[in-house]
Design a binder for this molecule. Sequence first.
Ligand SMILES: Nc1nc2c(ncn2[C@@H]2O[C@H](COP(=O)(O)OP(=O)(O)OP(=O)(O)O)[C@@H](O)[C@H]2O)c(=O)[nH]1
Ligand SMILES: [Mg+2]
Length: 171
Amino acid sequence: MAAAGGKTYSFKVVLLGEGCVGKTSLVLRYCENKFNDKHITTLQASFLTKKLNITGKRVNLAIWDTAGQERFHALGPIYYRDSNGALLVYDVTDEDSFQKVKNWVKELRKMLGNEICLCIVGNKIDLEKERHVSVEEAEGHDGDRSGGGEVEGERRESHKHSPERCTDCRR
Ligand SMILES: Nc1nc2c(ncn2[C@@H]2O[C@H](COP(=O)(O)OP(=O)(O)OP(=O)(O)O)[C@@H](O)[C@H]2O)c(=O)[nH]1
Ligand SMILES: [Mg+2]
């Protein structure tokens, strides 16, 4: 897409993961620097945008924050189709949510091959005492060594890890 003063790069990013793991919180912190203690479950999906300047290059992100509830699982392909990247989010206090992430890795690789960059995100690291997924276990998951990245974060504190780190895994 051409723009005055140089090229603008556009990427589509989708967030997937079980309900309540913190996908919406992550995106709201990233796009609007907000945090909400309440869980207002996402229905189907919401759409946000973010403009970035990365080493002088203009980048527009189109972000789809999907619903984690099982009843919306079948809608996944609508949102991950044509995506350049996916954040697969789990809650470090919830082992099941980590298993779900492994399933998403399998589904995305099966449906999209290596056309998509995957980044696995362990959220809620402020709840260290309730942690059920160890860093070792998460890092040992080799479902996506072919161009994926892994970060941990918490969305309560704005100064912690930034999703921009996921650009590290861009091929
Ligand atoms: N302690 C803690 N709570 C968090 C964190 N991030 C999100 N939460 C809380 O977790 C709950 C669920 O967050 P959401 O962002 O709505 O979760 P979601 O994954 O979008 O859920 P669905 O839309 O149902 O798929 C909310 O009560 C948030 O306040 C975090 O880093 N630490
Ligand atoms: Mg949500």
